[in-house]
Design a protein around this ligand. Structure first.
Ligand code: AP5
Length: 229
């Protein structure tokens, strides 16, 4: 802080915007580690609800398998509940939320209730062909959720997670060619308009996400340092 007094003590709110496979989850986990923030992925929260068989999970399952967006009300309710948990006072990285204008407006309302503001909405730009390659090669440690890629991010020892030493890896049910096409379509039609939404409020930060993971991480960290202090 260079000796200056912080002007706000409200927990930071960062939004990661980007198409499927852009690297939101990969970068959110790195920022979480580096800055002590909490990653909130609505995709992960919904997958947990599906696995637990909750009423919301039962409604979301078929929609997610089709690569479409789950209803705004379900996602907003899940996010509101998660934001109320005590660890979120460390500040949050919203990974995959908001995804529609209705969700963005609901987030504005939620934050105004708690006196928080959006520090930055970071948009990760990737071309569609790269997204398909990234999604096709993605797998995850079943133990801790660390993400890997057949080509771009392999664990140091094949089949063993660098983070937790787990050896069970899983691939997502919606990471297949047909579903990816629908997810991209949903992104362009319903989520891409949020780039203009956040540009208009002055919090948009655009990142070229076609480079190497570590290069993008350095660009992201610079933005976070600048906007949360
Ligand atoms: P969600 O889980 O959010 O999926 P997504 O948006 O499709 O995003 P992904 O998780 O596929 O990609 P990512 O950007 O996190 O990329 P990653 O870092 O893994 O949502 C799933 C579904 O849930 C949605 O389709 C919808 O149905 C529902 N849903 C969720 N939120 C919702 C909401 N708010 N409203 C309504 N419905 C909602 O990287 C991908 C791969 O690439 C990895 O293998 C990684 O290692 C690799 N990689 C990452 N960066 C690079 C790089 N720079 N170079 C090379 N490889 C890289």
């Amino acid at each position: 802080m260079d000796g200056a007094t912080p002007v706000t003590t409200a927990p930071a709110v960062l939004i990661l915007l980007g198409p499927p496979g852009a690297g939101k989850g990969t970068q959110a986990r790195m920022l979480e580690e580096k800055f002590g923030l909490v990653q909130l992925s609505t995709g992960d929260l919904l997958r947990a609800a599906v696995a637990a068989g909750t009423p919301a999970g039962k409604q979301a399952k078929a929609v997610m398998e089709a690569g479409q967006l789950v209803s705004d009300q379900i996602v907003i309710d899940i996010l509101r509940d998660r934001l109320a948990e005590p660890d979120c006072c460390r500040g949050v990285i919203l990974d995959g939320f908001p995804r529609t204008t209705v969700q963005a407006q609901a987030l504005d309302d939620l934050l105004s209730e708690t006196g928080q503001k959006i520090n930055a909405a970071i948009s990760l730009a990737v071309d569609d062909a790269a997204m398909v390659t990234r999604i096709a090669g993605r797998y995850t440690c079943a133990g801790c959720g660390e993400g890997y890629h057949d080509q771009f991010k392999q664990p140091a020892q094949e089949g063993t997670c660098d983070k937790c030493g787990g050896t069970e890896m899983s691939r997502r049910a919606d990471d297949n060619a047909e579903t990816v096409a629908s997810r991209l379509e949903a992104y362009h039609a319903q989520t891409a308009p949020l780039i203009a939404y956040y540009d208009a409020t002055g919090v948009l930060q655009a990142i070229d996400a076609m480079g190497a993971i570590d290069t993008i991480a350095a660009d992201m960290a610079a933005i976070v340092k600048r906007t949360i202090s």
